[in-house]
Design a protein around this ligand. Structure first.
Ligand code: SF4
Length: 455
C-alpha cells in the first residue's frame, strides 16, 4: 500500500507537523473548530460536557434533545462508583418534531419532576444539545423552577453541540460544577487536604490515587468527578489544594476556584512510574511543615516500584525497538504516555491530541524524537496514513481509534473511556505495559495482514 499517495485534506496542513532537525520552525495550529467534512475524531461540545460530569454518581443526568444525542453518549465513560449508580441511567427528553415546533420546556419540566420523585437524586444536570440552541428553550428558567419546588440543585449545562469545540463542553461542565461548589459546609476539613480534579474513575483509578494520598496523611475532600458525590463537590472549596489531572478538562475549574476561593492548583499525571511518583512528591512538597508526608510519599514510591520492576523488565526485553502511535483526548496524557512507553523500550512515531493548546504542542515538539509526526484534531484517514508510513506496531487511543488499529493490523491499547483495567498509579503502569505487550506481541498477527499488508 503506497500511503504517500494519501494526501492531507486542504486546510489541515497547519495542524500536522513532522519533527525534523532541518525542518521549518512552525507553530502547530490548534484550538480551532474542526475542518468541515474531515470526519474529525473529536467529539462535540455536548459530548465534552457529558464526559466531565457523567461520573457524578448520585445526580440524575438528563439530555435535553433528540434521543440520538443521548444514545451517542449513553453510559459514555462506564465510570465505576462505590455507591449509587444513577449516572449510568442516561435520561433524555427525546424531543420530537412537535417539541421542536412548540418548544420542549414543558416536556423538560415534566421529565425533571417525574425523575426527581422517582430517584430522589442529590442534584440534576440538564444538558443542552444542538436543537435547544436552535429553538431557544429557556432551560435556565425550568431548572430554577424545579430547584425551588424540589429543594435540590438543578444545573443547566450550556453545551449546545455546534457552539465550539469539545473544550467548550469542558468549560460548560466546569461552570455547572462551580454553581455547586461553595454551597456546602467545610466543617471537619483539615489544612492538609486536597481535591482530586480530572480523574474520572473509569476502572477504579480514583480509588488507587486516593489511597496513595490518604496513606501520605492527606485528606481527600472531593474527586471531580470520578466516583463523584454532590455533597463532596459542594464542600470542596474547603480544601487546601487542587490537584489537576486531565488539565484540558479541569484547568478551568481549578482557575475559577483559585480566583474565587484562593485555592492554588498544580498539574499532575498519574500515568507511568515517573509521573506518578512526581505527583506524590509535588503534593507532599506543598505541605513542608509536615515532613512525614514526604517521607510516606517516598515509602510508597519505593515499595510500589520494587513490587512491579522485575515484571516490567520482562516486558521491556520483548518490546524494545517497537514503535507506537498515540492519539488521545488531552495532550497532557500524551506527555505521560511518551515517557511510559520509553520505560518499556518503545519509541513514539505519531503523537496527537484532540484538545491540545499551543503550549502543549511546543512541549510535545521538544519531547518527541526526530521524525515523529505531531497532529491536532486528526481524522481516520490521516491517522491511518501515518500509522502505516511510520510502521507503528501499536496505536494508543480510544473507542474511535480501535477499529483503525485492527483494520490496519497493528496492536491497540485503549487509553480512554472503554477500558475496564486501571492504567493509573504504579499498578496502572504495570497493567499498561502488560496490555501493550499482549497486544503488540500477540500471535494473532501471524494470521492478519500486518500493518495494512506492508509486511
Ligand atoms: S449535541 Fe449536536 S453535535 Fe452533539 S450529538 Fe447532539 S446533535 Fe450531534
Amino acid at each position: 500500500m503506497d500511503t504517500h499517495n494519501i494526501a492531507l485534506l486542504e486546510g489541515r496542513e497547519g495542524q500536522v507537523y513532522e519533527k525534523r532537525q532541518d525542518g521549518p520552525e512552525v507553530e502547530i495550529a490548534c484550538d480551532k473548530t474542526s475542518l468541515s467534512g474531515s470526519v474529525s475524531q473529536r467529539a462535540c461540545v455536548f459530548c465534552g460536557s457529558r464526559v466531565v460530569l457523567y461520573p457524578v454518581a448520585d445526580a440524575i443526568h438528563i439530555v435535553h434533545g433528540p434521543i440520538g444525542c443521548a444514545a451517542y453518549t449513553w453510559d459514555i465513560r462506564g465510570a465505576v462508583s462505590s455507591g449509587p449508580e444513577l449516572h449510568r441511567l442516561s435520561f433524555s427528553t427525546d424531543l420530537q418534531e412537535m417539541d421542536v415546533i412548540y418548544g420542549g420546556e414543558k416536556k423538560l419540566y415534566r421529565s425533571l419532576v417525574e425523575l426527581i420523585d422517582q430517584y430522589q437524586p442529590k442534584a440534576a444536570f440538564i444538558y443542552s444539545t444542538c436543537i435547544i440552541g436552535l429553538i431557544g428553550d429557556d432551560i435556565e428558567a425550568v431548572c430554577k423552577k424545579v430547584a425551588k419546588e424540589k429543594g435540590i440543585p438543578v444545573m443547566p449545562v450550556h453545551s449546545e453541540g455546534f457552539k465550539g469545540t469539545k473544550k467548550d463542553g469542558y468549560k460548560a461542565a466546569c461552570s455547572a460544577l462551580m454553581k455547586l461548589i461553595g454551597t456546602g459546609s467545610t466543617e471537619g476539613i483539615s489544612n492538609y487536604s486536597i481535591n482530586i480534579l480530572g480523574e474520572f474513575n473509569l476502572a477504579g483509578e480514583a480509588w488507587i490515587i486516593r489511597e496513595y494520598y490518604e496513606k501520605m496523611g492527606i485528606q481527600v475532600v472531593a474527586t471531580m468527578t470520578g466516583d463523584g458525590r454532590i455533597d463532596d463537590i459542594r464542600r470542596s472549596h474547603g480544601a487546601t489544594l487542587n490537584v489537576v489531572q486531565c488539565s484540558g478538562s479541569m484547568t478551568t475549574l481549578a482557575r475559577d476556584m483559585e480566583e474565587k476561593y484562593g485555592i492554588p492548583y498544580i498539574r499532575v499525571s498519574y500515568f507511568g512510574f515517573e509521573d506518578m511518583s512526581k505527583s506524590l512528591y509535588d503534593v507532599a512538597a506543598l505541605f513542608p511543615d509536615r515532613p512525614e508526608i514526604m517521607e510516606r510519599a517516598k515509602e510508597i514510591v519505593r515499595d510500589e516500584i520494587r513490587k512491579y520492576y522485575p515484571e516490567m523488565q520482562k516486558f521491556k526485553a520483548a518490546l524494545t525497538g517497537k514503535k507506537a502511535a498515540i492519539y488521545v483526548g488531552g495532550a497532557f496524557k500524551t506527555f505521560s504516555l511518551i515517557k511510559a512507553l520509553r520505560t518499556v523500550g518503545m519509541s513514539v512515531v505519531l503523537a496527537g491530541s484532540q484538545t491540545g493548546n499551543k503550549d502543549d504542542y511546543r512541549r510535545l515538539k521538544e519531547m518527541c524524537d526526530e521524525g515523529t509526526v505531531i497532529v491536532d484534531d486528526s481524522n481516520p484517514v490521516e491517522l491511518s496514513k501515518f500509522v502505516l508510513e511510520k510502521e507503528a506496531d501499536l496505536l494508543i487511543g480510544g473507542v474511535k481509534e480501535r477499529p483503525i488499529a485492527f483494520k490496519l493490523g497493528v496492536g491497540f491499547c485503549d487509553h480512554n473511556h472503554e477500558r475496564k483495567i486501571p492504567l493509573a498509579g504504579f499498578v496502572g503502569m504495570y497493567n499498561f505495559a502488560k496490555e501493550v505487550y499482549e497486544s503488540v506481541m500477540s500471535p494473532v498477527w501471524q494470521f492478519a495482514p500486518r500493518k495494512g499488508g506492508l509486511k
